[in-house]
Design a protein around this ligand. Structure first.
Ligand code: ADP
Length: 633
């Protein structure tokens, strides 16, 4: 028969399994049972809308049996089954291949990590078996198919007989070695223990015929008759079938939560936080929520789908119910199980379901409170969480016209000028100086560049803290928030940065009035690039800076113009400010008297310098270069 080859990535995985040095090979059983359970779920789900599924609710089951003589372990289910094509596609490739990356130096460690933390599905069976036979009949199909493989040299598929829909997986165990006693998987007690350990919560019965030696009826236990015992075979259900989320939190170990999370939500790592709770208020439900440690690779793309699994009394009715999570908590994975929801509810109806809205509100509140607790109790963990998902929450502050401010404002963090550490708004306010009116922030590409802004220096030198905003969304989010604890947010580069005393303001006003003609000549020279040129006395050492007038800052202008909206370029109103106490001020005044042309060149050079200091590119580098050269020669 023709042998087909595994696809490349599968080949690698297979290779890894066959040569595995992984010490917990026993997880193969968990993986196969989990697949069987999924297949049962799929058939059950189908039965909700398809009358041709006639299996009674109590008949969905997984069966295990072992054959010592043949050295085989069989895992059977009467679930959805696989067509020939599905056998080929599902078992010839790795379904989760997107999550694997084999190009690592430390391959052995990598292997252990992948197998241990993630499981590797069907292929893990090759850790214990030297031959695997899968007989499957898809629900509704007339023919069954047999898939068979002895490992890397490929697999065969051929039609075969099977009475009913479902899948039988037959593992022929490898020969025992010094280190590894594969034959222990032939013992029913071992299988029973493994089911208890890894698969207890599977919602379908996992049954096995177990033969024990029992005292014959009516025989006196103290008799020494040779045949007082007989072998009795009984079918046992090995698992308790209580879903993990229905158990009490105190009866579940960290490891159980983590294994459940990885298995169900395909993560390599344990969750950063597990939130397991029961609600019995206006809505009755159990929820098990997980906050991942890292953002999935597609998290900040439109391919990422948010949502929680939705169960109605233990039966999965929706894989990803988006309505259960607000966008700003879209990173949360997990499930909700409520008896209040009808099993047959359609997606469209679900959207308008009052009960679902009540549940969603309760979940949002719970997540918020748990995050607040984490912030309070475990700063380091919260900061790691913030690095992964903070951006999403800042988007949340901005979206829907700032409607979610009450949920989010105490959870957001920004880098502060104070040692460049993350700070919350509450902490910022608690550090404010007595006379300080506003919450100051500055925008730029990096914290270091922001720190070098002249205006930043001005504000920090007064002992005020400045929030460093480096993400595009940041300033928009703060503008939307407008105030925190009655304090307004002020960009240190805004023209109306109100930081001087009345006297200082008077002095600079007089300065500007006295030099009004000169300043407007400089503005003339700069054309539309700026809306005004002014003296300032807030700069410490720097000669110039740019500030913006009106609501739109330079940073926002840059962000908006980067967006592919196709609209006309937006323009911030920029003012060139000159340090009235700097020697350049006197020089300009002298030029105004002596050499008006040179004054205009100086205006252009100073403007270009101010742009560079502010982290912007210059509009006409060639012109600047020429102007500077003219001064040099
Ligand atoms: P995963 O279960 O993570 O998708 P696996 O390698 O374990 O990856 O399985 C690959 C696919 O094979 C499954 O997604 C499923 O479609 C199919 N499959 C495996 N076992 C069964 C089964 N017992 N019944 C039906 N389909 C199955």
């Amino acid at each position: 028969m023709e042998k087909k080859q595994f696809r490349t990535e599968s080949q690698k995985l297979l290779d890894m399994m066959i040569n595995s040095i992984y010490t917990h090979k026993e997880i193969f059983l968990r993986e196969l049972i989990s697949n069987a359970s999924d297949a049962l779920d799929k058939l059950y789900y189908k039965s909700l809308t398809d009358d041709t599924v006639t299996l009674a609710r109590g008949d969905y089951e997984i069966r295990l049996d072992t054959d010592r003589d043949a050295r085989t372990v069989r895992i059977s289910d009467n679930g959805i089954g696989m067509t020939e094509e599905e056998l080929e596609n599902n078992l010839g490739t790795i379904a989760k291949s997107g999550s694997y990356d084999f190009k690592h130096d430390n391959e052995q460690k990598e292997e252990v990590d992948i197998i241990g933390q993630f499981g590797v599905g069907f292929y893990s069976a090759f850790m214990v078996a030297d031959k695997i036979t899968v007989v499957s009949r898809a629900f509704g199909a007339d023919t069954a198919y047999k898939w068979e493989s002895e490992g890397v040299d490929g697999y065969t598929i051929e039609p075969c007989e099977k009475e009913t829909a479902g899948t039988d997986i037959l593992l022929h165990l490898r020969e025992d070695t010094e280190e590894e006693k594969y034959s222990e998987y032939l013992d029913s007690w071992k299988i029973k223990n493994l089911v208890k350990k890894y698969s207890d919560y599977i919602r379908y019965p996992i049954k096995m015929d177990i033969t024990t030696e029992k005292l014959k009826e009516g025989v006196d236990p103290s008799s020494d008759a040779e045949d007082k015992y007989e072998s009795v075979t009984e079918t046992e259900t090995l698992n308790s079938m209580v879903p993990l989320w229905k158990k009490r939190a105190q009866d579940i170990t960290e490891e159980e939560y983590a294994a459940f999370y990885r298995d169900k939500f395909y993560d390599f790592e344990a969750p950063a936080k597990t939130i397991h709770f029961k609600s019995e208020g206006t809505a009755t439900f159990d929820a098990m929520l997980f906050i991942p440690q890292k953002a999935p690779f597609n998290y900040y793309t439109k391919d990422y789908e948010k949502g929680l699994q939705l169960y109605s009394s233990g039966v999965l009715i929706m894989e990803k119910c988006a309505d259960l999570l607000p966008d700003y908590f879209s990173f949360v994975r997990g499930l909700v199980d409520s008896a209040d929801l009808s099993l047959n509810i359609s997606r469209e109806m679900l959207q308008h379901d009052h009960q679902l809205k009540v549940i969603a509100k309760a979940i949002e509140k719970k997540i918020k409170n748990e995050l607040a607790k984490m912030l309070e109790a475990d700063r380091e963990k919260y900061e790691a969480f913030w690095q992964a998902f903070g951006m999403q929450m800042k988007f949340g502050l901005y979206s829907d016209y700032g409607m979610h401010k009450d949920v989010l404002q105490d959870l957001v963090m920004f880098t502060s000028s104070n040692e460049k550490k993350l700070t919350t708004l509450k902490e910022y306010v608690s550090h404010m100086k007595e006379e300080q009116k506003s919450i100051y922030y500055a925008c730029g590409e990096t914290n270091d560049k922001i720190e070098m802004l002249p205006q930043c220096e001005t504000v920090t030198s007064k002992g005020y803290e400045v929030l460093y905003l480096t993400d595009d969304i940041d300033e928009f989010a703060l503008k939307m928030l407008a105030k925190y604890d009655e304090k307004t947010f002020v960009n240190v580069c805004a023209e109306d940065l109100d930081i001087s005393t009345e006297e200082e303001k008077e002095a600079v006003k007089a300065e500007n009035e006295g030099a009004a003609d000169m300043l407007s000549a400089m503005k003339e020279a700069l054309g539309d690039s700026v809306s005004a040129v002014r003296f300032t006395n807030t700069l410490k050492n720097h000669p110039v800076c740019l500030t913006s007038e009106g609501g739109l800052s330079v940073g926002m202008e840059q962000v908006l113009n980067r967006m592919p909206s196709g609209e006309e370029n937006v323009k911030a109103q920029i003012v060139l400010e000159i340090n009235a106490d700097h020697a350049i001020a006197a020089k300009l005044k002298a030029l105004w008297e002596e050499d008006k042309e040179k004054l205009s060149s100086y205006a252009k050079i100073l403007y270009a310098q101010a742009r560079l200091i502010g982290g912007m590119s210059i509009e006409n580098p060639a012109e600047l270069s020429q102007l500077v050269c003219d001064l040099m020669i």
